[in-house]
Write a new protein. Sequence first.
Length: 57
Amino acid sequence: MSLDVHLATLEQRHSALEDEISSAHAKPAMSDAEIRELKRRKLQLKDEMERLRTGQR
């Protein structure tokens, strides 16, 4: 898998998590711990994307 394709995939997953977090805030059934986990995963994706972009240059 090329770096560009990998970054695009990570960006899609990051965006999907952002949407999931937004909808989770509207759902009273979603616990704070579950929302924190989604945010943690989103931050991990962001960190990985930045690491790949920085290493690319």
